[in-house]
Design a protein around this ligand. Structure first.
Ligand code: SF4
Length: 356
């Protein structure tokens, strides 16, 4: 018998199941509200459903405690409130989720794969290799677990306000499961988070970007660029050998033309590699014709890698150079550095511990 997690079903799929089970399809909305808005973890808690329907659901699906993740997560809380969760999945794989609170926002950064096959040189996630795609329910369960631990003492927010798909894994390499999760996050009967508060990030998988442009979603797209030409991007991101810099920029131009939506580029500033004056000039030239915002990220030293962070002076000079050339620039503050804030680092430290 198919005993899958009910959070793998879209609202339409749940409606179909109910129709096939001779139940009324409006029950799907009630079930969604119990799961995503009230955060219940058993069918028995769904008090406005008949006993018979609750039994049918329990026979066909799982809705486990711990929100589908095997055990309560290990947690590290930074002095700025950034909280990293290390979840263990049912098959023993580990994934990370990060809660980033500010005065007005509670942003959750979710993982989409266990491990990663893209091996970006500055990222600890790829070090242990790729394990598998996460299911839609495993993606959603990260958010539900964090939601169950609100309100935050730091800003008293009782609801998650923003979701970013920037944790371990390449979201567009797990396209179907990620897109289904995005739709449930956005759906008013689901988590009800506005599309513009959801950001999907990619390392530059061009076919995924093209497909994403046809979804008709208002969701934000972020691209980890981290290079200003082919050579610099090759040095940091092996994906560039398959989807080279110029072709990626062309795909971005077409994306913004088609969707009329802005792309956010993530650009890591590494001393002597991506933060010098010539890099800024070349980068600004490449961005011509792309509706975009450039988010600069000073390198966050990871002990496994040899790169260095640029000085404050270099960071400011790079930023000013882009602004002079008409680029819309933001500078991301390094959050949670005291709790291994670099992508994948917490998971990697745990893996290292296991292999010692
Ligand atoms: S930055 Fe993203 S795509 Fe690159 S290795 Fe890390 S998780 Fe994978």
């Amino acid at each position: 018998m198919n005993h899958q997690d009910i959070r793998n079903l879209s609202l339409d799929e749940l409606c179909c199941f109910l129709k096939d089970s001779k139940e009324q399809s409006f029950r799907a909305t009630q079930i969604f509200k119990w799961i995503y808005q009230k955060g219940v973890t058993s069918f028995d808690q769904m008090k406005n459903l008949s006993q018979g329907l609750r039994e049918k659901l329990a026979k066909q699906f799982t809705l486990t405690g711990g929100n589908g993740l095997k055990s309560s997560p290990a947690k590290q809380i930074s002095i700025d409130g950034t909280t990293k969760y290390l979840f263990e999945l049912a098959d023993g794989e580990k994934i990370e989720t990060v809660l980033i609170p500010t005065k007005t926002r509670a942003t959750v950064c979710v993982s989409t794969q266990a491990g990663c096959k893209f091996g970006c040189r500055f990222c600890a996630s790829g070090v242990g290799g790729f394990k598998r795609n996460l299911t839609t329910s495993e993606i959603l369960a990260q958010i539900l677990t964090v939601q169950s631990q609100l309100p935050l003492t730091i800003n008293h927010l009782s609801k998650i306000t923003h979701i970013v798909f920037m944790g371990t894994g390449e979201p567009l390499d797990n396209y179907e499961n990620v897109l289904k999760a995005v739709r449930i996050i956005n759906l008013k009967q689901g988590l009800g988070i506005g599309a513009r508060r959801i950001t999907v990030s990619t390392c530059g998988v061009i076919p995924g970007i093209e497909r994403f442009s046809r979804e008709g979603l208002q969701v934000e797209l972020a691209i980890s660029l981290h290079g200003f030409d082919n050579a610099s991007r090759n040095a940091l991101m092996p994906v560039n050998r398959k989807y080279p810099f110029d072709k990626l920029m062309q795909a971005c131009r077409e994306y913004t033309k088609k969707t009329k939506r802005q792309i956010t580029f993530e650009y890591i500033l590494i001393k002597d590699l991506t933060s010098h004056a010539q890099a800024a000039q070349k980068l600004a030239r490449s961005l011509k014709g792309v509706i975009c915002k450039m988010n600069l990220i000073p390198y966050n030293p990871v002990q496994e890698f040899d790169y260095e962070a640029p000085s404050r002076k270099e960071i400011n000079a790079f930023k000013e150079s882009l602004i002079r050339r008409g680029v819309h620039v933001t500078l991301r503050s390094a959050r949670g550095q005291d709790v291994s804030a670099a992508c994948g680092q917490l998971r990697y430290q745990t893996l290292k511990g296991q292999h010692k």
